[in-house]
Write a protein that binds this ligand. Sequence first.
Ligand SMILES: [Zn+2]
Length: 131
Amino acid sequence: MSKGQEKHQKRANELMMLGKDLARRAHSRCELCSAMGVSLRAYEVLPVPPVPDIDKIVFICGVCYEQIENPKLMDTNHWHCLTSAVWSTTPAVQVVAVRVLKRLIDHESWAEDLYDQLYLEPDIQCWISNA
Ligand SMILES: [Zn+2]
């Protein structure tokens, strides 16, 4: 196995070890769209820390994951879920939700309205722009 693969594998194992705690925090639902009964994965929020940190991870479904990773695949209808996710008390969830929302504000009036209503703590605001 190459050095890079080894590193990747180590990270994947470390993330897997956080799975139980993430599932507990998320109540086994996607932390963005609340999907239940689907497989959830740990998604590390940028900027990624040297060691995986549960406070810098969101636990999300495949649909949310694919669309975050591939902005071209974004289906705006799916993202009405942000209406509640942007108010999450889990900072990492709030950060991801607002980042996705920002992609939509130029195209969707509901997204713009939601963004205008948002109140974000300064440290959250800072994290959102730090990617
Ligand atoms: Zn989801």
